[in-house]
Ligand binder design. Structure first.
Ligand code: HEC
Ligand code: HEC
Length: 405
């Protein structure tokens, strides 16, 4: 956690790789000499790549596969089948969407989000980046009670989860440079296998879409018996019935309960997945200016607390339910934040936790805000905010369990 991105640098970092990928387009990557040529280009473009390969942090193949996939995704060519067609019949995982603005099926949802987010990716777990688990700095396999980079979800740490980032594109394959998709396959272990989830995000408008897999991903996914890594290909929107079989819309669960301050959650587990050959996390890091609204989640509670002058809000919004989740997994903000000098904002943290205990309404300089969205700036909302949900109920995060040292 040494990387510190001031606000504008965050946005720049987000686009950096996309620009970068188009600069190193291979002509036809099946061919060995093309791959050699592309690798030479990558060696020139990515700082420190040779050292990373020499030290075994990544391999030439991993790096080439990543960039090749990116390129194919951006210019899919004649055999591209990913477009969103008209018919979305079939599949049986319709959700209870009463009281929400979500359509009943994942395919209809994909069509609804298309104008902002293009086409959801067809997720190939074999080409995704594995999320390594480390014990004392050594990559370790299996279900680990303790590790250096635990998930903060309160679940066990199981090796073999994978994650991937995709550039946005339209149904006919044109790049959408403000759009990014992240797909995450969480390995839950031998009994439950796991789940595959996707988030699409448009960093200009803030439009966000959340897709969840059904509980039984067995038809498409398996865990490698030796490496524990999840493998397989999830259905894409070119097969609506299968897509609906595999994915569901969020329905009654507000993903923003935890994906609260921005679409993407970053914790030590997630941040361990790096784009091969680089130090950049697969999951993009956003900032306090990042617009955010959920298509279909129009009645989700998008509020976060804000305190004028408190430095915890210098770089990003803070979701207190996310913090509560992290803290109940043993995370102490003073050991991690701010990333360049952990603990140096202990007073700001204390002020934040106090304000949360009393509630923003009862705290001087504190307020509820909702993120910028659709070109409109962030705004302060009052007691008449119509979408209050249980998770934004202020509480004493230091009482009960001993959360802070
Ligand atoms: C109870 C909290 C919680 C809820 C609710 C939740 N998530 Fe997450 N999610 C997490 C955490 C924590 C991570 C980071 C990975 C980890 O530590 O396991 C994560 C990571 C992800 C990722 C990987 C990208 C990222 O942001 O790091 C995706 C994709 C995702 N979640 C999708 C969803 C979807 C879709 C929903 C709603 C249907 C949802 N999540 C609801 C806690 C939650
Ligand atoms: C100088 C910039 C900066 C400051 C100041 C800062 N943070 Fe962060 N924070 C980050 C960055 C960058 C990340 C994302 C990368 C990571 O997870 O380390 C992050 C991530 C987080 C997350 C995870 C959020 C999520 O949903 O993924 C929490 C919670 C958080 N910070 C809380 C705090 C608190 C509390 C303070 C004040 C004590 C604080 N931060 C101050 C830069 C900052």
């Amino acid at each position: 956690m040494t990387r510190l991105l001031p606000n504008t640098a965050c946005a720049a970092a987000f686009t950096l790789l996309l620009i970068f990928f188009s600069a190193v387009k291979p002509s036809g990557a099946d061919d060995k000499s093309d791959r050699d040529a592309q690798f030479q280009k990558l060696l020139k473009t990515i700082p420190g790549l040779k050292e990373k390969i020499d030290s075994g942090q990544t391999t030439r193949k991993e790096v080439l596969d990543w960039f090749e996939q990116y390129d194919k995704f951006e210019s899919p060519g004649k055999d591209f089948k990913g477009g969103i067609g008209k018919s979305g019949k079939g599949g049986k995982n319709a959700r209870d969407v009463a009281g929400t603005s979500f359509p009943a099926t994942a395919f209809e949802y994909a069509k609804l989000v298309e104008s902002e987010l293009g086409v959801p990716p067809t997720v190939d777990l074999d080409k995704a980046v594995e999320i390594p688990l480390y014990v004392d700095g050594v990559k370790t396999l299996g279900e680990l009670p303790v590790c250096d980079n635990p998930t903060l979800l309160g679940k066990t740490n199981m090796s073999g989860s994978v994650i991937q980032r995709y550039p946005g594109r339209t149904r006919d394959g044109r790049p959408l440079k403000d759009v990014v998709w992240v797909a995450f396959a969480r390995h839950a272990g031998p009994r439950f296998l796991g789940s595959v989830q996707m988030i699409g995000y448009n960093r200009r408008s803030g439009a966000t879409a959340f897709f969840e897999s059904c509980d039984a991903i067995g038809p498409w996914v398996r865990a490698d018996p030796v490496t524990t890594r999840l493998r397989g290909v999830m259905p894409g929107v070119d097969d609506p019935a299968q897509f609906n079989q595999a994915y569901v819309v969020p329905g009654q669960v507000q993903c923003v309960q935890c994906h609260q301050n921005e679409p993407f959650i970053t914790d030590s587990f997630i941040n361990a997945a790096k784009i091969p050959g680089t130090d950049e996390s697969v999951v993009p890091v956003l900032d306090k200016e990042a617009p955010y609204y959920v298509i279909g989640g129009e009645n989700w509670d998008m509020r976060t607390i804000h305190i004028e002058g408190n430095r915890c809000f210098d770089c990003h919004r803070v979701g207190m339910e996310t913090m509560k989740l992290f803290m109940s997994s043993g995370w102490d903000a003073n050991e991690h934040m701010p990333p360049h000098a952990p603990g140096s904002m202990a007073e700001d943290l204390a002020e934040l936790l106090d304000a949360w205990k009393r509630g923003p309404e009862k705290t001087k300089a504190a307020m509820w805000i909702v993120p910028p969205a659709r070109g409109k700036p962030a705004r302060v909302v009052g007691d008449d905010y119509p979408h209050k949900s249980f998770f934004n109920r202020p509480a004493d995060l230091r009482s009960g369990r001993k959360l802070l040292k």
